[in-house]
Design a protein around this ligand. Structure first.
Ligand code: PHE
Ligand code: FE
Length: 291
């Protein structure tokens, strides 16, 4: 789940916090099979690619189970580990509602699951992206604190008119982040771990740039929502990510008001480069080359 584009909102909610019942009993056998198919595909790809906290979280929460997980079952375990819980929402929710949930250690997750003909791509986050992608990292105590702090920061950015900058931080960490480990780069971003294609592309393709995480740099870098990323940012550790983001962003937002955005595929003078991409994938038109 991410922040909304206003056009994606569903109609008025029954509850003020936009939560709904998951309605676990109404998933069909086909829904459960989609979960298992997606789970098994990713479970085969992610050892050696995803970071240890993610893989450990998958195990600790027993996310394969018998199909689409029941949020009540997840929450009993997750609550004991870090005090987070998953709540069901009908789809994308307004930014303020989303941040308010995160700031209170509640992760809003879609309840619907994609159809068997949409295994590789869909536009709105479903329960597989939200739960398989995001929830394992919430078992990591430092990352759990980062997500909560992000929610509080989102509410502040919203009122300061800098949400477009802060949203890039979410995108390039929570959704598409990489981490440096003694064994090499590893994935922690939910948008990557829940995608068969991007689990490989993000680490192995010669096309994208891979750059060291820098807070201001990230907040000046636009992103694409409809295809593999052209740039990934690499954090040295989750503790460093948390330490850097806990400082007051007000002075940063003031500077950002006068600084131009950077090119999505640019390498800037101050960048620490892990891999300089050739951008061949993006230049050939990406996912829809005939476009
Ligand atoms: N420190 C940020 C602020 O002052 C809040 C924040 C924390 C944002 C963690 C993102 C992640 O607004
Ligand atoms: Fe997401």
């Amino acid at each position: 789940m991410g922040m909304s584009a206003d056009s994606g909102l569903v109609s008025a909610p029954a509850r003020a916090d936009w939560t709904i019942d998951q309605g676990w009993a109404s998933y069909t056998p086909e829904d459960h099979q989609v979960w298992l198919t997606l789970y098994d595909r990713q479970a085969a790809l992610l050892p050696g690619r995803a970071c240890e906290p993610f893989l450990g979280g998958l195990k600790a929460l027993d996310l394969r189970g018998q199909g689409v997980p029941n949020f009540d079952v997840i929450n009993a375990r997750l609550g004991a580990l870090t005090g987070w819980k998953v709540v069901a929402v009908p789809g994308l929710v307004p930014d303020e509602v989303f941040f308010e949930h995160l700031a209170n250690r509640r992760f809003p997750a879609g309840r619907f699951i994609r159809k068997p003909d949409q295994l590789d791509y869909l536009e709105e986050p479903d329960v597989f992206h939200d739960v398989f992608g995001h929830v394992p990292m919430l078992t990591d105590p430092v990352f759990a604190d980062y997500m909560q702090a992000y929610g509080a920061g989102g509410l502040r950015a919203l009122h300061l008119g800098r949400l477009h900058n802060l949203a890039r931080l979410y995108w390039y960490t929570v959704e598409f982040g990489l981490i440096e480990t003694p064994d090499g780069l590893r994935i922690y971003g939910a948008g990557i771990v829940s995608s068969r294609g991007e689990s490989q592309f993000s680490l192995e393709a010669p096309s994208p740039n891979r750059l060291a995480f820098d807070l201001m740099r990230v907040m000046r870098t636009p992103y694409r929502i409809d295809d593999f990323q052209q740039v990934y940012f690499v954090v040295p550790s989750f503790q460093r990510l948390l330490d850097e983001t806990l400082k007051d962003f007000d002075p940063l937002y003031q500077q950002l008001a006068d600084l131009p955005d950077l090119g999505i595929e640019a390498i800037e003078p101050g960048d620490q480069v892990f891999t300089r991409g050739d951008q061949a994938y993006a230049r050939a038109g990406g996912r829809l080359p005939e476009r």
